[in-house]
Design a protein around this ligand. Structure first.
Ligand SMILES: [Fe+2]
Length: 155
């Protein structure tokens, strides 16, 4: 049995490959792989489950990229992620619930949820902010970004 993170990534690669807009396709690869790697970094730092955090990162915006509709994508994305995880049969019910719940709350950056859910939100912010440090930080991500820099010893 192949490593389950890689099985999931192959499935997600197929969805991204089907995107017609080249620019959006580049964003999808960058953002989903970037967020999944930042999920790993933050999860390891906070002693959360890094494997499941990586999977949540890969899946968190898949609804937006598959449908090119970002409206209510966190909630719709949680449903889509649940279907994908059920189809791939890689995770237990508890693991799927953990991943999908994090996706469900990931747009609520002004609220604090469980430690695992916060890993995904912070990874999302970190990918946006570190994509190009010369670009302006969006106001709704500023506070989290400053906290993350402090957490990682960047003053
Ligand atoms: Fe995202």
């Amino acid at each position: 049995m192949e490593n389950r993170v890689e099985v999931l990534r192959k499935y997600i690669d197929e969805i991204i490959l089907n995107m017609t807009d080249v620019e959006e396709k580049r964003c999808a690869y960058m953002h989903l792989y970037g967020v999944s790697q930042f999920c790993a970094l933050i999860a390891l730092k906070r002693e959360e489950n890094s494997e499941l955090a990586i999977m949540a990162g890969m899946l968190h915006d898949i609804y937006s990229y598959a449908t090119m509709d970002s409206n209510n994508h966190a909630h719709k994305g949680a449903t889509m992620a649940k279907e994908i995880l059920a189809k791939l049969n890689l995770t237990s019910d508890d693991e799927s619930k953990l991943i999908c719940d994090a996706i469900y709350t990931h747009s609520d950056k002004n609220l604090i949820h469980s430690n695992f859910n916060e890993v995904l939100k912070d990874a999302d912010v970190l990918q946006h902010c570190l994509y190009n440090t010369m670009l302006e930080i969006k106001p709704h991500e500023k506070e989290r970004y400053e906290k993350l820099k402090r957490e990682f010893g960047i003053l």
